[in-house]
Design a protein around this ligand. Structure first.
Ligand SMILES: [Zn+2]
Length: 127
């Protein structure tokens, strides 16, 4: 072991490998690194990575996945009720969370972030 942390797929428990995509480059134009499940395409588990290839946070456990589901539901309810487009909605959410739009993927949020999403999407309900 050279100190590398093994990343385990939060969905199926298989090891994850570092991959790159040109779809969502970093701000400097470099291809974005992420961890993909070795069971892909059977499993679509992904986890964010920093540009140096270290994992972003800790892959989700059951509680986090439940929180993500709830965050997704709160978010979808919020923006669909406003007839926004998906991009518009995600830009709004990124702005509310104070993060980069490129990093705004509920599937990559940790539990605390999901709780903020739920808070943000339910606090405006009285307007
Ligand atoms: Zn998997």
């Amino acid at each position: 072991m050279d100190g590398d942390r093994e990343v385990i797929c939060p969905d199926c428990g298989a090891p994850m490998v570092l991959r790159e995509t040109r779809k969502h480059p970093y701000g400097n134009g470099d291809p974005r690194k992420f961890f993909g499940c070795t069971n892909w395409p059977q499993c679509s588990g992904v986890h964010g990575a920093h540009p140096d290839g270290t994992p972003m946070g800790i892959p989700a456990d059951q509680a986090t996945r439940t929180a993500r589901k709830e965050a997704h539901r709160a978010f979808d309810t919020y923006w669909k009720g406003r007839r926004w487009g998906r991009d518009e909605a995600y830009n709004w959410l990124a702005w509310k969370l104070g993060i980069d739009g490129d990093d705004c993927h509920i599937a990559m949020f940790d539990q605390a972030m999901c709780e903020r999403v739920i808070e943000i999407c339910t606090e405006g309900e009285d307007d």
